[in-house]
Design a binder for this molecule. Structure first.
Ligand SMILES: NC(=O)c1ccc[n+]([C@@H]2O[C@H](COP(=O)([O-])OP(=O)(O)OC[C@H]3O[C@@H](n4cnc5c(N)ncnc54)[C@H](OP(=O)(O)O)[C@@H]3O)[C@@H](O)[C@H]2O)c1
Length: 277
């Protein structure tokens, strides 16, 4: 009888502990969703895009698809450049003719895990994910260099990190890694619609007229930080400050960007007769 009583108590304790664990997991999940919801940047601009032409690459899926959908609702004329080299060549002339115009480059915070070796731009002997990080690094170097080259032409160039998005990009992750990843993606990543907000913001928002050469995250170019500022030599004051997102010094190096640009011209086989930026 005594043993039976202890067993029931044990079961009860186990039940309570299990319930507490489940409650903690659910609470954590809800809190995280709330955090994602509250920190996700949303494009607030209601601007119509009638009469504007927008060229989007990679719009058959994910962020590009949502961006195309949003811009189409705003009345833009869309050119969906899906793996089409011809369209890219015509892009610059079209942008110049229709200025003020904007170039928006979707990069990623993952660029921080890479570096750009000008002697080996395509390090195929490293692991595949590293090639992706390098490509995102190159995206940022490219957009900052393009912004410099187009300064004063009426064409602005900005780049962004969209966040972590539940999109087609994860399809290529091999099993069994993909099984665990699936739950994390479904639980914690943003939807493609949320992921498209910063791209849309950069493409349409009135407040960004003339803004160029910047890196955005969650529709913001800067982040609110809590800083301790030295007021005099022996007093300091604490205050909230907006600070621009810090890009690593490597991606901001203009000399390296110029060399990268010239190398890219060779790689894409640009001829001397081709128009140059
Ligand atoms: N998802 C994320 O968490 C995340 C995070 C940071 C940055 N990003 C960036 O966001 C951008 C959009 O990604 P996504 O998440 O929306 O991915 P996605 O759902 O896989 O969409 C990728 C799009 O790009 C096109 N594409 C892929 N390779 C191409 C190539 N070699 N040439 C031309 N088009 C190509 C695809 O076209 P097809 O249909 O023809 O394959 C598709 O339309 C990417 O630049 C990615 O690096 C994504």
């Amino acid at each position: 009888m005594m043993v039976f009583g202890i067993e029931i108590t044990l079961w009860l304790v186990c039940g309570v502990i299990l319930s507490l664990i489940v409650a903690a997991v659910v609470f954590f999940f809800v809190l995280l969703q709330l955090f994602i919801y509250m920190t996700t940047g949303v494009c607030k601009s209601k601007r119509k895009m009638n009469g504007k032409t927008v060229i989007i690459t990679g719009c058959t899926s994910g962020i590009g698809k949502e961006t195309a959908r949003d811009l189409a609702h705003r009345g833009a004329r869309l050119i969906m450049a899906c793996r089409n080299v011809q369209a890219a060549n015509k892009l610059k002339d079209l942008l110049k003719r229709s200025k003020p115009s904007r170039v928006v480059v979707v990069a990623s915070e993952l660029y921080r895990l890479a570096s750009l070796n000008l002697d080996n731009l395509n390090p195929v002997t490293t692991f595949p994910a590293y090639l992706y990080y390098v490509s995102k690094y190159a995206n940022i170097v490219f957009s900052l260099e393009l912004a410099r080259r187009l300064e004063g032409t009426g064409i602005t160039v900005n780049c962004l990190h969209p966040g972590l998005i539940d999109s087609g990009i994860w399809r290529s992750v091999p099993a069994p890694l993909s099984w665990g990843l699936y739950l994390i993606i479904r639980g914690f990543f943003k939807t493609p619609k949320q992921g498209a907000q910063t791209t849309i913001h950069l493409a349409v928002s009135e407040e960004l007229e003339g803004v160029t050469g910047k890196y955005f995250l969650d529709c913001r170019v800067s982040i609110l930080t809590f800083d301790s500022i030295l007021v005099t030599s022996n007093t300091s004051s604490n205050s909230f400050q907006f600070q621009e997102y810090g890009l690593s010094s490597g991606v901001k190096d203009p000399a390296k960007a110029k060399k990268f640009w010239e190398l890219s011209e060779t790689i894409v086989n640009l001829q001397s007769s081709d128009p140059k930026i």
